[in-house]
Write a protein that binds this ligand. Structure first.
Ligand SMILES: C[S@@+](CC[C@H](N)C(=O)[O-])C[C@H]1O[C@@H](n2cnc3c(N)ncnc32)[C@H](O)[C@@H]1O
Length: 207
């Protein structure tokens, strides 16, 4: 990245340096509702995990969790939250631009990781490639149609998602898209996400 000030880590460090947890302490409702798909005690990668709400929830449920994010402040707060809740997980502090995955996981979960292309396709396909056979990628992201709403999410169109954009990322030979929908849902996630929002929810399985 040429301009240091534009790096994802710096940008999100600024946001997460405020007091409190910007997206709250509870897991994303969609991810929480789909944990029944995951093999008990399996390994889960939380991609773009921020301040740790999904990772803490999943670790508490007995999963072997790794949280990956570019924000050092986000990851530090995630560890603090884990300690407070009496759970633990691994962290990987890195920008997905530099990611070279080495581990395999039973699931990848990701909420509101908004990446521009070509990084979006690269990172999501890399994440998918880490999955063991039968594993799931479960995600929730803001739709491009969320732009006029004030309930959360970026305003830059190139950071937002469409069904077609996710479909083309996951349209691979070893992939089954089990669920891919745009949904109008009530969000109650800290100060960051409040009110009805248009999100895209996706569940993809590795064949
Ligand atoms: C909207 S926050 C969501 C955080 C968390 N998933 C949640 O729902 O609470 C987006 C997160 O993606 C991370 N992120 C954005 N771009 C990234 C990149 N290029 N590499 C790694 N993490 C990135 C940010 O640091 C931030 O923590």
């Amino acid at each position: 990245m040429q301009n240091e000030e534009l790096s994802a880590g710096r940008m999100w460090d600024k946001k997460f340096s405020r007091e409190g947890y910007f997206y709250g302490f509870e897991p994303n409702v969609f991810i929480e509702s789909k944990t029944n798909l995951l093999a008990p005690n399996g390994s889960v990668l939380c991609l773009g995990e921020g301040e740790g709400r999904n990772a803490v929830y999943l670790a508490d449920k007995g999963f072997d969790v790794t949280a990956l994010d570019a924000s050092g402040i986000g990851m530090t707060k995630a560890i603090m939250l884990a300690e407070k809740r009496g759970v633990s997980f691994k962290t990987e502090l890195l920008d997905l631009e530099q990611w070279e995955p080495r581990e395999s996981y039973n699931a990848v979960v990701s909420s509101y990781l908004h990446l521009e292309e070509p990084l979006r396709t690269k990172a999501f396909r890399q994440a998918f490639s880490t999955l063991a056979i039968g594993g799931y990628f479960i995600g929730e992201f803001f739709s491009i149609n969320q732009i006029p709403r004030e309930s959360g999410g970026p305003k830059k169109p190139s950071l937002l998602y469409t069904i077609a954009s996710l479909d083309s990322i996951f349209c691979l030979e070893d992939t089954k898209i089990l669920y891919l929908e745009e949904c109008d849902v009530p969000l109650d996630e800290g100060n960051g996400h409040q009110g009805n929002a248009l999100v895209i929810r996706v569940i993809v399985q590795k064949l």
